[in-house]
Design a protein around this ligand. Structure first.
Ligand code: FAD
Length: 326
């Protein structure tokens, strides 16, 4: 059954986040040959529509207003609902990001639709679209289908492969008017603590440090390894609680959920709450002094040793590989 599917584009620092392209790929699956319509909300976002089309959207609808310069639940809800009202979609896909997690339930409520959140796979199987999502902190997976109403889902970043970019693809980019009013909250300023480097939730490589890193200074070798691999630095709550790094780096049940291609855990014991945030990483490497540490139970590769010896060695070896392959 072919459907019309709206996919929300997510903009950060003037560019589309990768999860937008993954959401378009998911939208294509849900559309089953129907139309994927990109939705862009912001102050001046029209120029980004082209990229959504190049990644697979058939056309794009934008809502632009100076009140939409920064995210606000009321403003974005009003803008998205205006698009949904004129398009009457049978499917909606958002990224499972901070914005998507906040906005999707509000929109689902207003549209009287169900919501499948945090999907890591979307498949067309017979008459249904099947979403796979982790439960019990990633220890099990459930499959969900929508039997009635709009198929509405959020997709976890880094799990669904985006389509190849086709620079020659074109499509209509249309701006619609929506009245943005009665905003109960306004974001006046965004102060970023961990502004440098790669975005943790979209990083392909993460070097994570735990209490074993022992100090703020101890994170330096991890940062060096991350730089060589083009990755981001993450942390356990143990390291955050000890004041070695900022809480914005925390991975786990009460931190960020990540799915990089490579996760290197340094001086992290592997508490269940930490595993909840990283156990779906494609390849896990653990470096720990204690051969009994629980992290080795989920690691693909384990190195028993002192991280302050092992991490600089890895950095040197990866540097050599880079020089050889350059
Ligand atoms: C409700 C709740 C929510 C939580 N949410 C989270 C969460 O989101 N994320 C999270 O991470 N935790 C979370 N926790 C905390 C979690 O239970 C653990 O306490 C925490 O993950 C431990 O952090 P750690 O592994 O860095 O420290 P530790 O458990 O102290 O482990 C340190 C490890 O470093 C190793 N080590 C020490 N020195 C070296 C060295 N030189 N070289 C190599 N290895 C070394 C040690 O052998 C040890 O295994 C939560 C807890 C609760 C109760």
């Amino acid at each position: 059954m072919s459907r019309k599917v709206l996919v929300l584009g997510e903009v950060r620092d003037g560019s589309l986040r990768n999860v937008t392209f993954e959401a378009i790929a998911a939208g294509k699956t849900v559309a089953e040959g129907g139309e994927v319509v990109g939705v862009l909300i912001g102050e001046s976002v029209q120029a980004l529509g082209k990229e959504m089309i190049q990644y697979g959207a058939d056309r794009v609808v934008t809502v632009e207003d100076e009140k939409l310069k920064r995210y606000s639940p009321d403003g974005y809800s009003q803008a998205f609902l205006a698009v949904a009202g004129s398009e009457n979609p049978e499917g909606i896909i958002f990224g499972h990001t901070a914005l998507g997690k906040d906005l999707a339930p509000k929109i689902a409520g207003k549209l009287d639709a169900g919501l499948i959140s945090d999907a890591i796979a979307v498949d067309a199987a017979g008459e249904h679209i099947v979403f796979t999502r982790p439960i019990y902190s990633g220890k099990a997976f459930e499959k969900k289908i929508v039997t009635d109403g709009i198929i509405f889902a959020t997709v976890r970043p880094n799990n669904i492969t985006s389509l190849e970019k086709d620079e020659s693809k074109t499509g209509e980019i249309q701006t619609i008017q929506a009245e943005i009013k009665d905003l109960r909250t306004i974001i006046k300023e965004v102060v970023r603590k961990a502004s440098e480097g790669v975005d943790l939730s979209e990083a392909k490589v993460i070097i994570s440090g735990g209490r074993g890193v022992k100090s703020e200074e101890g994170f330096k070798p991890l940062k060096e390894l991350a730089d060589v691999l083009g990755g981001a630095v993450g942390a356990s709550r143990g390291a955050c609680d000890a004041g070695y790094c900022d809480y914005s780096l925390q991975i786990g049940q009460t931190g960020k959920v990540v799915t990089p291609d490579l996760y290197i855990a340094c001086g992290i014991s592997g508490a269940i709450q930490h595993l909840a945030g990283m156990s779906n990483s494609k390849v896990i490497v653990a470096i720990n002094k204690d051969p009994e540490a629980n992290i080795f139970n989920i690691a693909d590769y384990g190195i028993v040793g002192d991280l302050f010896e092992v991490v600089p060695l890895l950095t040197e070896e990866f540097k050599k590989l880079k020089v050889t392959s350059a």
